[in-house]
Design a protein around this ligand. Structure first.
Ligand code: ADP
Length: 494
């Protein structure tokens, strides 16, 4: 019931987070739309500013060139050509160069042609044949240019080219050529229309592309989410696939598969732990109960027997206590509530003291602990925790060593900055494939296991947690049938 409540609470929390997070589909759509908007704006502005200007410059350059040619033609054509009809010449030039050519006098009155050009009505905002305003502007523009350089300028809806010339029969007249810029604007207008069409097209495209891409991306994610939920509910048979969806999806699938394996391993090991621990709790308890009963019923009056029986009770109670300590230690270390108390330690002295704790094994069971300890090796660490780690390693060596009951312990300087601790036994060693796993919680190798003093499968994981917390290098080398060496490197504290 309580578990269920917790679950619902957590789910609510996550659901809150979901509500605030936009979907991948929306994000993609937003990104694609923003990108297409940016591109359309970019093209639009480029078109308006740069391209329109380029068109206009081109048109002006074109008019300047035509103007020069027309001017030369008029000046070089003798009056008798075109049957002496200048109007016909100007009309010919107008048609030929697609411009309007006029010759005006000082006041803007049209000397030639005598009729307006056929396309003259197109010129906006001006009476077809009234150049009184135009001549004023032309004169102003000419005043700005150097002598003999024609004026070229943008008038009202047209480009104008003008120059003071002398004809055979008229001196001091003005050649005035115009070219409507409506065409230029029409072209640019056309381009604008295309840009807007392109914008609409890009938006539709971004909509389609984001739908397709997000569908493609979210399909495997949705699938994985579904499977992760199955995994969360304890189904360790789920398999995550990410192939066909890109490297990242493959990596995600691999990570999830790895997480599944780890979860399933922990789950299996936890179940085994409960079985182990309850078995290991039960054995001493049964012994304690049995011997207590024996004292009550049989040996109560016999001091020698009673003492022997009481000693068994004390030993078994010790075993229970260390089992409980191990379980508690590991849970504290794993939850991270335990912080390290760093002090300076004389490891040489400390190791000798730890080895002293095994004296009773030497005396009662004939174990040999050969120690080679260099003097005066100091380090900084949490004394109690490091002591516990080394005690566990030596304890394991004792438990798993061979028939000769020998264990070698060494503490040696290996550089100016480091010294190492190593404990070697002569037991069966550890299989290569198990070397990595022995550090795992609750792991107990099936083969090498002979009932140790405290066999919970927690010893090495406590060692690992303690040394990792300190940041010390450690490891194991082992040869099957010959024995193993567990080692730790300590930084020297001078
Ligand atoms: P346990 O309480 O079972 O010794 P540990 O975590 O200390 O738990 O060790 C885990 C397993 O690693 C042991 O069950 C054993 O199989 C293996 N192991 C540990 N130390 C040694 C050793 N010195 N020689 C061989 N095997 C070892």
């Amino acid at each position: 019931m309580t578990k269920k409540k917790g679950k619902i609470k957590r789910n609510r929390k996550y659901r809150g987070r979901q509500r605030n997070t936009p979907s991948i589909y929306f994000l993609l759509w937003a990104v694609f739309s923003a990108l297409s908007l940016f591109m359309v704006l970019f093209f639009g502005i480029t078109q308006r500013v740069v391209m329109t200007q380029t068109y206009k410059n081109e048109a002006a350059r074109d008019l300047a060139e035509k103007g020069r040619k027309i001017q030369t033609t008029i000046l070089e054509t003798p009056p008798e050509s075109f049957d002496g009809n200048r109007s016909a010449l100007l009309r010919y030039l107008s048609v030929n160069y697609d411009v309007d050519v006029y010759i005006l006098d000082e006041t803007g009155a049209v000397l030639f042609p005598q009729e307006p050009h056929f396309n003259h009505e197109e010129t906006q905002g001006r009476e077809p044949f009234d150049f009184s305003g135009a001549i004023v502007v032309l004169k102003e523009e000419l005043a700005k240019t150097e002598a003999n350089i024609p004026a070229l300028y943008e008038g009202d809806g047209e480009y104008c080219y003008g120059e003071k010339i002398s004809l055979y029969e008229h001196s001091e007249v003005y050649l005035y050529i115009t070219k409507s810029i409506n065409l230029v604007e029409a072209v640019s207008e056309q381009m604008n229309l295309r840009i807007w069409l392109l914008a609409v097209f890009m938006f539709l495209l971004s909509f389609a592309v984001s739908s397709a891409v997000s569908g493609w991306l979210t399909r495997p994610l949705a699938e994985m989410t579904k499977k992760a939920r199955q995994l969360a509910s304890g189904d360790f048979d789920v398999d995550f696939h990410g192939t066909d969806y890109g490297l990242e999806m493959v990596e995600l699938a691999d990570t999830l598969n790895h997480a599944r394996d780890e979860l399933s391993k922990t789950d299996r090991m936890q179940k085994e732990l409960i079985a182990n621990v309850s078995h290991d709790f039960k054995t001493p308890l049964t012994m304690i109960k049995a011997y207590a009963s024996m004292i009550q019923e049989i040996s109560g009056d016999n001091p020698e027997k009673r003492n022997r029986h009481a000693q068994v009770i004390v030993d078994e109670a010790d075993r229970l206590a260390s089992l409980v300590t191990d379980v508690l230690d590991l849970s504290k270390l794993s939850s991270g509530i335990d912080t390290l108390k760093w002090t300076r330690i004389d490891m040489s002295a400390y190791l000798t003291e730890i080895l002293g704790r095994f004296d009773y094994l030497k005396e009662t069971q004939g174990y040999k602990l050969a120690a080679e300890i260099e003097e005066e090796l100091y380090t900084r660490a949490d004394e109690l925790k490091i002591g516990q780690a080394l005690y566990n390693l030596i304890g394991n060596a004792v438990n798993y060593t061979g028939e000769d009951k020998t264990v070698f312990v060494r503490l040696k300087k290996c550089s100016d900055t480091e010294f190492y601790f190593a404990v070697t036994d002569t037991g069966n060693g550890i299989k290569k494939e198990e070397l990595a796993e022995i550090w795992e919680r609750y792991y107990r190798s099936s083969e090498t296991h002979k009932r140790p003093v405290k066999g919970t499968g927690l010893g090495l994981s406590i060692v690992k947690k303690v040394l990792e917390k300190h940041g010390f290098k450690f490891g194991v080398t082992s040869e099957e049938g010959k024995g193993s060496t567990f080692y730790v490197y300590f930084p020297i504290n001078t």
